[in-house]
Ligand binder design. Structure first.
Ligand SMILES: [Zn+2]
Ligand SMILES: [Zn+2]
Length: 334
């Protein structure tokens, strides 16, 4: 499927968990979890606008410093979402450094932190220019799990159990369209507001016989022609239907979580799901509040996702890489 976003795990499945989602048509990226980020370039980190932290166990949060190091000294705002206490966790990280020289920088980093609680979203701001002192604390409603609603994508979350609250996420790219510039040129049509009209008409799924007035440049002036939207769409428009990506890590297999996860990642195109334990280790998984390969497969099947990608494998099982994939696939296919 054509899509404007590209998700990729940051590390090998035996390494720290984390997902980078790059936007192909914008200089932008999203990060899910802040584990070991050493595999990412500074260039990739500079594109990050939003970070979604499942919880702050060390393998999911040790990379905060690396991200801060890349972004510090830049005029940029990055928003970090996380579970209860994330504002204190970020404040603690920032308090570990000395910021007496911040006024010598021309550009100032702003870190917005959003703490997701059942009762609402708690927000706080840390500005480099103010030596990263917490300010602007405020509370906002938390409705339908929605935490980001951007023109190009939205993100929903569910608060899952992992002995501490742990957030699962679903990213949905909004449908969008792109005009093929080369084809527009070869058609000799004159660019203008009609292109926007065409895009909106395609996005609204209007009748293909709808006529759009297209201006053409000609020697000595302009002429216009009414052309059917369907024809223009075929000739000029690339349609990106939008992709849905699920991300769930560090959670226990019980009825409450199961229901929340299936609802959250319902019909996702790709579901990234943790699987630290093998199928025969259910008891270990329950005791440690983690999923097995088979449980990841069951969740994926119940949610009707198109593709399952398991990761976050326990390092005790370094020799069982294929077994993780096989067991998860077997349960996923039913
Ligand atoms: Zn954990
Ligand atoms: Zn973990």
């Amino acid at each position: 499927m054509k899509s404007g976003i590209q998700p990729a795990l940051i590390n090998d499945p035996f390494g720290d968990p984390g997902l980078l989602v790059q936007f192909l048509l914008q200089k932008r990226a999203l990060l899910f979890d802040l584990g070991d980020l050493s595999a990412l370039s500074n260039g990739a980190l500079l594109k990050v606008s939003h970070v979604f932290v499942s919880h702050t166990h060390i393998d999911h949060f040790i990379g905060f410093d690396r991200l801060l190091r890349s972004l510090f000294g830049r005029e940029k705002t990055v928003t970090i979402f996380g579970p209860k206490n994330i504002i204190q966790n970020v404040a603690g990280k920032l308090a570990g450094f000395t910021w007496n020289l911040v006024d010598q920088y021309d550009e100032s980093l702003t870190i917005e932190v959003v703490e997701v609680r059942e009762s609402g979203l708690l927000k706080g701001t840390f500005r480099a220019i103010e030596r990263f002192q917490l300010c602007d604390e405020r509370q906002e409603p938390f409705v339908d799990g929605l935490i980001v609603d951007d023109p190009t994508f939205s993100v929903r979350t569910a608060i899952l159990e992992h002995r501490v609250p742990c957030l699962g996420f679903a990213l949905e790219e909004k449908p969008h369209v792109n005009i093929d510039k080369e084809r527009l040129e070869s058609m000799k049509a004159d660019p203008g507001p009609w292109l926007n009209e065409l895009k909106q008409s395609v996005l609204r799924d209007e009748s293909e016989s709808t006529l759009i007035e297209v201006p053409f440049k000609e020697l000595g002036g302009f002429r216009t022609e009414d052309l059917p939207m369907g024809q223009l769409k075929n000739d000029l428009v690339e349609v990106f239907p939008g992709q849905k990506i699920g991300y769930v890590v560090d959670t226990v297999f019980n009825d409450r979580n199961r229901k929340k996860i299936v609802g959250l990642v319902d019909s996702a195109d790709i579901f990234f799901c943790e699987s630290p334990f093998l199928a025969d280790e259910e008891e270990r998984g329950q005791a440690r509040y983690h999923l097995t390969s088979r449980q990841a497969g069951i969740l994926a099947r119940e949610a009707g996702v198109k593709q399952l990608q398991v990761f976050h494998f326990s390092s005790r099982h370094k020799d069982c890489r294929e077994q993780f994939y096989n067991e998860a696939q077997e349960a996923f296919q039913g």
